[in-house]
Design a protein around this ligand. Structure first.
Ligand SMILES: [Zn+2]
Ligand SMILES: [Zn+2]
Length: 377
């Protein structure tokens, strides 16, 4: 593939021609088909390597800013559990419901409603194009998921919630119900320790199981469906097969609480916290002060990097090197006339997305090999 001329003199990632569609419409087409090849305001094609992180605004949410969201969420929960309101709440639940009702129905209702409500916020922005100013935080602004594809994702999410999550929660509620009594509540530091341990277990479990799903023997059968979202959306965090949802998504999240057996509220919170984290990671937006989405968005864009949720093991095992390069490259595109031109184009794209043209896309079939070539040549 021949390199093309671009307006970005500072780019260190090689420029490439846009990939050509290999296949026409098939049932397995990727959701995030690009509009006929993306061009900048001068009419030049935007190279494939620069379609990720096109807007410099996505890089404003750095490590410190993105930690604010996590700190507020965790801090609010720990503060609530240390307050008299927590004692009243858990005493009320213990008095009025059975441990099974709380552990099974309560946990399922809360985690399911949270998933739809939180992912629904991102879906609203995606499908309406409003509020428009948020569009500049879109990590892959040229690849979008329309209402028809959102409906397909929703069906799979509902299936996974009913076929995988519900039976598991019912079984756990019956066999190993967590303690509800306020007398069994952990103190603030112990609660923080539980949350940290759960995050660590999820990092280790998800990294290795997810990486295993990327092996040639398993990828096509078990993980490819999730990767049809080359530019992910929040609702698509659990867009995957039953086996992947069970082993890759739920099992790592459950390791920590299974070992430590904390109070029901701590187990529920850590599950909700991890759920919010994965929805943010798939959201497609990297809003300032929110849980970052860049790492996992890059995984969907490039296929074979950034396997873990926090980046800890990716750094340790060197499975995020091209990501680091793309990140550095994207940040160099900040400021000046070029940035202004990009903002103008993003504003135009946002309007296009909200118009009736949004379904009129060229179907472009990108697989792992295409992307590898596009990024490396
Ligand atoms: Zn993957
Ligand atoms: Zn994913």
């Amino acid at each position: 593939m021949t390199a093309t001329t671009t307006a970005t003199a500072t780019s260190t990632v090689p420029d490439v021609k846009p990939l050509q569609s290999k296949k026409k419409s098939t049932s397995s087409r990727p959701f995030t088909a690009a509009a006929p090849p993306p061009v900048d305001l001068e009419g030049k094609t935007v190279p494939f390597s620069q379609r990720w992180g096109f807007s410099s605004h996505v890089f404003t949410n750095d490590l410190i800013r993105s930690s604010v969201f996590d700190a507020v969420v965790i801090g609010s929960f720990v503060a609530f559990n240390a307050s008299p309101y927590a004692i009243k709440t858990y005493a009320y639940l213990e008095e009025n419901f059975t441990p099974f009702q709380i552990n099974a129905y309560g946990t399922f209702a809360i985690t399911t409603l949270l998933y739809w409500a939180f992912a629904g916020l991102f879906a609203f922005v995606d499908l309406t194009g409003r509020p428009r100013f948020l569009f500049k935080y879109k990590v892959q602004p040229f690849a979008r998921v329309d209402a028809r594809d959102y409906a397909k994702i929703a069906q799979v999410v509902i299936k996974n919630q009913l076929v995988v999550v519900l039976p598991l929660i019912l079984a756990k509620g019956k066999i190993f119900p967590s303690a509800i009594s306020p007398s069994k509540l952990q103190g603030p530091w112990e609660t923080l320790g539980h949350i940290f341990f759960n995050v660590l277990c999820t990092e280790v479990g998800f990294y290795f199981i997810h990486k295993t799903f990327h092996s040639p023997a398993l990828y096509a059968t078990y993980h490819k469906q999730h990767h049809t979202l080359t530019a992910p959306v929040g609702l698509g965090a659990t867009y995957c097969g039953v086996a992947e949802h069970l082993f890759s998504n739920l099992l790592p999240n459950a390791i920590g609480t299974t070992i430590l057996q904390p109070h029901w509220s701590v187990a529920l919170f850590t599950f909700c916290y991890l759920e919010i984290g994965t929805i943010c990671a798939h959201s497609g937006y990297n809003f300032p002060y929110m849980h970052t989405s860049l790492r996992h968005d890059w995984h969907h864009f490039s296929f074979n990097e950034n396997f873990g949720p926090t980046g800890l093991l990716d750094i340790l095992f060197g499975t995020g090197k091209r990501y680091d390069q793309a990140l550095a490259d994207g940040m160099k595109r900040n400021g000046g006339d070029l940035d202004k031109a990009r903002e103008d184009l993003l504003a135009r794209l946002a309007v296009w997305e909200a118009s009736t043209e949004k379904n009129d896309v060229v179907e472009e079939s990108l697989d792992e090999e295409d992307v590898k070539k596009a990024l490396l040549e």
